[in-house]
Design a binder for this molecule. Structure first.
Ligand SMILES: *Cc1c(COP(=O)(O)O)cnc(C)c1O
Length: 476
């Protein structure tokens, strides 16, 4: 299996090189030359496996330069007892046709753990196969969540060092404490005076500094990135959609071969793209429903075929979806245009020049057949958290609530009763203030973030994950 760039770069890359390089030399994203497929019998077989074995089987389809033993070690280190004490991605049934796929049972209580627990494992194996380099330096700018998930994932990874840069004025007290208390021998955390963009520009400047690169090269080191366009972050996300389908079968929510809908709270378009890949591979998915917050550039795009980032940016209570350029969309456009890299290059050039592009009728028709989309602002998000808690006794975080709300709109508008899975991307305690405000308006006033967590626990009777509860009073 080889990988090529969405923008037509001539060379092909192995899985290892795609993961180490992160982004193609022409600025495009790596995609497999063709997609492996699973027929109904193969899918049925996969459903008999536990999560680690299922992951190993899926990875073996995409990483054929890794041995079975290497993959086995990767999945065990990532998804076995230490990091995921229970089932990694349990499915919770909300109502007749509606299930929630909980993707936040990892060490940082958000779905990014699903990929960032295994990416370092992939990188450690890949760097050993590399002829030119023997050590990786990861630099990551973060607005909060990615930094902690990356630190937890790369902690003590072999032959990898990681440095995370966060804006002093841009992260919450909880997020900062999560990062600066991370233990590990190969990591550092740097506060940057400024906002997220300043941190990001600083990291880019280091990445492109020739003198720094030469120094690294001398030591056999290379820079790499852990951000969500790395192919090594996407494959692990395909696994849980297969696992979700299997769990729905097992719970009797569907029969073999039945279609399901998937709803995903979306930012950079990685998670929902993985659901689309699962469909491409043969998991029976009918509609992919893309949920956005007030930053609804994707809703408009999927409804009109016009992508336009020239609009106001909103800071919302679902901050991990506050994004106006959804980078992974490029991979979808590449597939839907039958791998026409010239078309993709044109659209991306127009996006960087004018902040907008319009896809052709053929691609738009395919988009409409596959996707539905909707959005929900902060008021709607809070109302949805309160309603889901009172009606279904289920407490969801702000991101997940956006998806629940968009799904309800979709169902009301279409009458579609297809069994549906909602991707739940964070534990509610991770966004404790907004969730507490939703279920007990006014109560958070005058409390610090750690007291809000306690308040939420008392008010809802839900369990707070120990890694969040223990943060109070913790020092670096
Ligand atoms: C990153 C993130 C998202 C958005 O996922 P994408 O793959 O970027 O679309 C949604 N919810 C949470 C909690 C996240 O951390």
């Amino acid at each position: 299996m080889l990988y090529k760039s969405t923008r037509g770069y001539s060379e092909k890359f192995s899985f290892s090189d795609a993961v180490l390089t992160g982004i193609a030399p022409d600025g495009g994203l790596f995609v497999p030359e063709e997609f492996p497929t699973l027929n109904e019998a193969a899918l049925e077989k996969l459903c008999e496996l536990d999560y680690c074995s299922l992951a190993r089987e899926i990875f073996s389809l995409f990483a054929d330069d890794f041995t079975k033993e290497e993959l086995d070690t990767c999945v065990k280190n990532a998804y076995a007892d230490g990091s995921f004490p229970e089932e990694p991605t349990p499915l919770s049934v909300l109502s007749n046709n509606l299930s929630v796929l909980e993707l936040w049972h990892g060490p940082t209580s958000a779905f990014k753990d699903m990929a960032l627990q295994i990416l370092p494992e992939f990188m450690s194996v890949a760097i050993k196969k590399s002829k030119k380099h023997n050590k990786i330096a990861i630099l990551t700018a973060t607005s909060g969540d990615t930094g902690k998930a990356a630190l937890a994932g790369f902690k003590d990874a072999e032959n990898v060092n990681i440095m995370v840069f966060y804006p002093v004025s841009g992260v919450s007290e909880m997020q900062k404490t999560q990062m600066i208390t991370q233990e590990g021998s190969n990591l550092s955390v740097v506060a940057v005076r400024g906002n997220f963009d300043d941190a990001q520009s600083g990291v880019k400047a280091i990445f492109t500094d020739k003198a720094v690169a030469a120094k690294l090269e001398e030591k056999g080191m290379m820079f790499s990135s852990a951000n969500s366009i790395n192919w090594g972050r996407l494959v692990p996300q395909i696994v849980y959609y297969v696992s979700a389908y299997c769990d729905m079968l097992e719970k009797g929510a569907i029969n073999a071969g039945d279609e399901i809908n998937v709803v995903v709270p979306t930012g950079n378009f990685g998670n929902i793209l993985a659901a689309y890949y699962a469909k491409e591979m043969g998991v029976p998915v009918k509609k992919l429903i893309c949920a956005s917050n007030a930053n609804n550039v994707l809703t408009d795009f999927l409804k009109t075929g016009n992508y336009n980032r020239v609009r106001d940016f909103y800071t919302t209570i679902s901050p991990s979806m506050d994004i106006l350029i959804s980078s992974n969309l490029e991979r979808l456009l590449f597939l839907l245009s039958d791998m026409d890299d010239a078309l993709v290059r044109g659209w991306m050039a127009s996006l960087s020049k004018d902040g907008a592009y319009k896809v052709n009728d053929e691609v738009f028709a395919k988009l409409t057949a596959l996707f539905d989309a909707g959005c929900c602002d902060d008021e709607g998000t809070k109302a949805c958290i309160a309603k889901t808690f009172s009606e279904n006794a289920y407490l969801c975080d702000t991101h997940t609530a956006v998806a629940v709300s968009v799904y309800e709109d979709y169902k009301n508008a279409t009458g579609d009763e297809t069994p549906t899975v909602i991707a739940s991307t964070a534990n509610p305690f991770k966004f404790g203030k907004a969730v507490l405000d939703a279920v007990r308006p006014g109560m958070s006033e005058g409390m610090d973030e750690f007291d809000m967590v306690l308040g939420l626990k008392v008010e809802t009777g839900e369990e707070c994950p120990p890694q969040l509860a223990d943060l109070k009073g913790k020092t670096p």
